[in-house]
Write a protein that binds this ligand. Structure first.
Ligand code: 2AM
Length: 194
């Protein structure tokens, strides 16, 4: 039986946005008196679909299907804005940064990814997709009302690729490794230059 790969489909930010996120986390660390597992800024991403444990054949199949389905999906600009918590600010298990500019494109891209993967057996989550970038996780629910007074707006970056990541769980925390990078379409930009 082929070995299973824990994986997910995501989009990344940029080097400078990761720097901004590192500063944000430093600021939040000072403001939290409870224990939070902060995501390392270099591992932060916006998840579009969590695939779970899948075979390498599934990953290859997903790669070729997604390559086709996103071939016409144009690159777009994105910006993080605002902080939020899941499932609620009063009983938070996750603190996240929201998506401002480009949120509609992230939602459209997520829909495209999910619809494509459903054709090869992917079972999507029932809850509606809420675009976010996870900053930290708590073992027990806590009140994080303080995030309402933290203002955060990142600089803009260009989302130009989809990434299928492998997630390996270690005692020191998860390690995410890109397995596949799929380019979005640059057609919008090149057409003007032709
Ligand atoms: P998140 O984006 O809300 O943090 C890798 O674990 C990524 O897949 C994380 O970014 C995580 O969510 C996302 N994910 C979604 N559903 C998950 C699940 N059931 N278990 C683990 N990760 C999940």
């Amino acid at each position: 039986m082929s070995e299973k790969i824990r994986s997910f489909v995501a989009v990344d930010t940029s080097v400078s946005v990761r720097g901004e996120l590192a500063r944000l986390v430093k600021d939040l660390e000072v403001k939290t008196e409870f224990s939070v597992k902060w995501v390392k800024p270099e591992q932060m991403h916006i998840t579009l679909a969590f695939l779970g444990e899948v075979t390498s054949e599934f990953v290859q199949n997903a790669e070729s299907r997604l390559k086709q389905s996103i071939a016409g999906f144009p690159e777009f600009s994105c910006q993080l804005a605002g902080l939020g918590a899941f499932p609620s600010v009063n009983r938070a298990r996750v603190i996240w940064a929201g998506v401002g500019t480009g949120a509609d494109r992230v939602i459209a891209l997520q829909r495209e990814v999910v619809q494509t993967l459903m054709r090869i057996g992917f079972v999507p989550e029932r809850r509606p997709f809420s675009p976010h970038l996870t900053l930290g996780r708590m073992r027990v629910p806590v009140n994080v009302q303080f995030i309402n007074s933290v203002s955060f707006v990142s600089s803009e970056w260009r989302v130009s690729e989809l990434i299928i990541y492998q997630s390996e769980l270690h005692p020191s925390g998860p390690v995410y490794t890109p397995l596949v990078r799929l380019q979005l379409s640059t057609a919008e930009f090149s057409s003007g230059k032709l």
